[in-house]
Design a binder for this molecule. Structure first.
Ligand code: NAD
Length: 238
């Protein structure tokens, strides 16, 4: 049994993760941390946890992860909107410790982060990366519910980064952000060349789309060959 705590447990994603973990036979939900529930990450870690899953806020996630790592607890991060470089600092331990946290981890704990846990979205990113070198220009439109705090989305930023790494001649890949009620998480990558366009689109229609990816990350974070590992594609045979 893998003992799991969820930070952001009262939120839209966190509550769906709690439900998915509770239903998985090999996982045990041992703690829910959220100020909205009156429980802290420190309370959750005291419950004896193997993996902390974080779906909180960009300004809360790093402190939560530091506390978990200091306690030797693996971390799965779904929260977006923080600088990717922070993740490297976190995993290397060079970031300052959170107040009150232990100075040295009692065992090596890993960090896994993914800007998008939906397998279809990971495929969209991979196809966009493959197409990048074959078209002249590309732009990204990402569309999300109106309560999403960050823009551009972590998925759009990572898609643009992967496309530019695959095809530097593509230059800047502009990102357009739409925030409207009724949307969940959607993205279109539009590539253009003389006389043609190619559109690659993914839609997350509800939050259950993210759960298989989150559960996979919980099961695999303890055996990663290195840390941090970023991107669900690193756990899939694509
Ligand atoms: P939400 O606002 O519904 O939930 C966030 C929750 O975190 C709230 O309940 C809040 O009280 C809680 N919280 C705040 N500070 C906390 C702290 N210090 N410790 C514990 N809990 C704390 O937001 P959401 O829609 O669930 O999204 C959460 C994050 O997940 C966002 O960054 C969003 O972009 C990201 N997200 C990622 C994916 C993915 O696949 N990686 C998918 C959807 C959303």
């Amino acid at each position: 049994m893998i003992r799991v705590a969820v930070a952001g447990a009262a939120g839209r994603m966190g509550s769906t993760v709690c439900e998915a973990v509770s239903q998985a036979e090999d996982l045990e939900l041992v703690a829910r941390a959220d100020p909205a529930l009156g429980t802290t990450v420190a309370d959750a870690l005291a419950a004896g946890v193997d993996v902390l899953v974080d779906f909180t806020l960009p300004d809360a996630v790093l402190a939560n992860a530091r506390q978990a790592l200091a306690a030797g607890v693996h971390v799965v991060i779904g929260t977006t909107g923080f600088a990717p470089a922070e993740l490297e600092r976190l995993a290397s331990g060079s970031a300052p410790s959170a107040p009150g946290s232990a100075p040295a981890p009692p065992r090596r704990a890993n960090v896994f982060a993914a800007p998008n846990f939906a397998i279809g979205a990971v495929l969209m990113m991979r196809f966009a990366e493959q197409a990048a070198g074959h078209m002249e220009r590309a732009e990204i439109i990402e569309l999300h519910h109106d309560r999403k705090l960050d823009r551009p989305s972590g998925t759009a930023a990572r898609t643009a980064q992967l496309m530019r790494a695959a095809a530097p001649e593509l230059g800047e890949v502009p990102i357009h952000s739409v925030r409207l009620p009724g949307l969940v998480a959607h993205q279109e990558v539009i590539l253009g060349a003389a006389g043609q366009t190619l559109t690659i689109r993914h839609d997350s229609l509800d939050r259950h789309s993210f759960m298989p990816g989150v559960l996979l990350a919980i099961r695999r974070v303890g055996s990663l060959p290195e840390s941090p590992v970023v991107g669900l594609e690193r756990l899939l045979e694509l």
